[in-house]
Design a protein around this ligand. Structure first.
Ligand code: B12
Length: 449
């Protein structure tokens, strides 16, 4: 069979004012543009798990109506879904099926709402795809009737046996960033989180030699790739994390990852990360004040317990030459209209090299979605296209939806202005250079200018 893997690419947001601001604020568009060009790792894993004897091609659609014409030559097309683009994905699936192409849909959104997806796809897959995919391909080859496949009915994913994602399928594309996974899941349970935790409950680390193996495969495709670890929380286990960094150092790559604030407590780990090529860590700080964090991490109240140390922790990480992209969720229960000033003050004082602000978003399947639905706080239920992290679709506790949206504009304009961006970044450089001189003499790779 000819199998097409169709990734929905690009960034989604509907609010026209925010989009207009994005076009004029360099600091805001910069990261969006960078990450928008990432390939779909889930589909590259599926490609690697496909039984022999099929012809596989990787395609991208930026939006509904943007699927390439060649995708219609396939016998089976696999589409990966996130909530924000799921209606676009359904529209593409409907057109493909009308043209006689079989469609399989998987990923975070349809794993939570398989029956919604079953109206648009022949095969809907719930959960991690690698072990169920061969059965889907066999079903398609004999044009078996529509079915929902559940990964729990197949062998559990052993992360020590994951294949090398088929990065070679990206050969002809101009990617300069690639995703690699070192782990799946996260030990924490934030009520808003709609990541891998939705697919499998446990946090699992991969064998380090496999991570190295995957990076070498990326280097076959691109000489000096920038690697984004598509993990939920990379440095949970510090001993394993240090070994990972020791093994990454000789590969001469630059990389970015998502982790929690506890990395700040281990200076040896931070030194190893920097030496291994870590350029930035993205950390969910979520709120500048502790109160609204109470109870959002459901297992051990991790976020609230560590909140008082956030500012100092950011400084410690950055003093090792690793920039922090601090993420704040606006509109948590308890946030008021003064929260916007507090975020701005935190970002400037810390100082945060990069900042990400998003509005609280109730992704389907999350405890947050359940709670807000139960309390009648979702403004337009079922509007998955508003699950962009930028569009307000619920009633906050201490301000109106309008005030939240206005606060988002206000903060966006200030945080991402040239003046504020230069101040935050300049302060990082000065502090890093000063501390590095104290410790080692002249630092590598960062100028005080
Ligand atoms: C890389 C990434 C992107 C890339 C995606 C590249 C691409 N072309 O697909 C880019 C930058 C484009 C992106 C965009 C967006 N993203 Co994003 N992104 C991520 C990130 C960091 C990693 C995803 C990843 O690679 N996971 C690893 C792979 C292996 O897992 P997977 O994709 O889930 O695939 C497995 C299964 O789901 C399943 N599977 C997946 N697809 C299919 C298909 C079939 C047929 C089968 C059988 C199985 C299957 O099998 C795979 C292997 O086990 C996650 C956060 C995180 N740490 O996970 C956020 C995340 C996925 N993104 C998120 C969001 C909100 C967005 C945006 C809406 C942001 C925005 N405003 O624009 C857009 C979505 C627009 C769009 N184009 O879809 C949310 C999604 C939540 C949700 N439930 O919808 C996440 C979880 C982050 C968060 N804040 O919560 N993102």
């Amino acid at each position: 069979m000819k199998i097409g893997l169709l990734a929905m690419s690009g960034i989604r947001a509907h609010d026209p004012k925010l989009l207009a601001l994005g076009l004029t604020l360099p600091g805001f568009v910069e990261r969006s543009k960078t990450i928008a060009s990432l390939p779909s790792l889930g589909l590259l894993y599926l490609a690697a798990s496909t039984p022999d004897g099929h012809d596989i091609r990787y395609f991208e659609a930026e939006s509904d109506g943007a699927e390439p014409a060649d995708v219609y030559d396939c016998d089976l097309v696999a589409i990966s879904t996130f909530s924000a683009q799921v209606f676009e994905a359904y529209a593409i699936a409907d057109r493909l099926r009308a043209a006689g192409v079989l469609v399989a849909m998987g990923g975070l959104h349809v794993s939570v709402l398989p029956h919604e997806a079953a109206r648009h796809a022949d095969y809907v897959i719930v959960g991690e795809g690698e072990n169920v995919w061969p059965a889907v391909v066999r079903a398609a080859a004999r044009r078996a009737p529509a079915t929902v496949f559940r990964s729990v009915d197949f062998a559990a994913i052993d992360v020590a046996r994951l294949p090398v994602p088929r990065y070679d399928l990206l050969q002809s594309r101009a990617y300069n960033r690639f995703t690699v996974q070192t782990s799946r899941g996260c030990p924490w349970r934030c009520d808003f989180c709609a990541s891998t935790v939705m697919l499998a409950a446990r946090y699992r680390k991969r064998p380090i030699e496999h991570v190295v193996r995957d990076i070498l495969a990326v280097q076959q495709v691109r000489d000096r790739p920038f690697v984004e670890f598509a993990d939920d929380n990379t440095f949970v286990d510090k001993t394993w994390g240090k070994e990972l960094c020791r093994r990454l150092a000789p590969l001469n790559i630059a990389w970015f990852t998502e982790t929690d604030i506890s990395v700040a407590d281990d200076p040896e780990l931070l030194d190893l990360m920097r030496e291994a090529g870590c350029r930035q860590v993205l950390i969910g700080l979520e709120s500048p004040a502790r109160g609204p964090l109470n109870g959002i991490e459901l297992r051990a109240d991790f976020k609230a317990r560590t909140a008082d140390r956030h500012r100092d922790a950011v400084r410690r990480v950055q003093s090792h030459g690793i920039t922090v992209n601090g993420c704040f969720i606006l509109g948590l229960d308890g946030h008021t209209t003064t929260t916007f000033d507090e975020v701005l003050a935190f970002a400037c004082d810390a100082p945060l090299y990069d900042v990400q602000i998003t509005v609280l978003t109730a992704f389907p399947g999350t405890p947050l979605h359940e709670r807000l639905s139960r309390d009648g706080r979702i403004l337009e239920p079922g509007r998955w296209d508003l699950c962009t992290l930028f569009d307000v679709n619920y009633r906050p506790t201490h301000m109106s939806p309008r005030e939240l949206q206005e606060g988002m504009y206000w903060l966006t304009e200030r945080l991402y202005s040239d003046a504020c961006t230069n101040r935050r970044r300049g302060a990082f450089r000065e502090e890093y250079v000063a501390r590095a001189r104290q410790r080692h003499g002249t630092p590598r790779g960062v100028s005080a200018a």
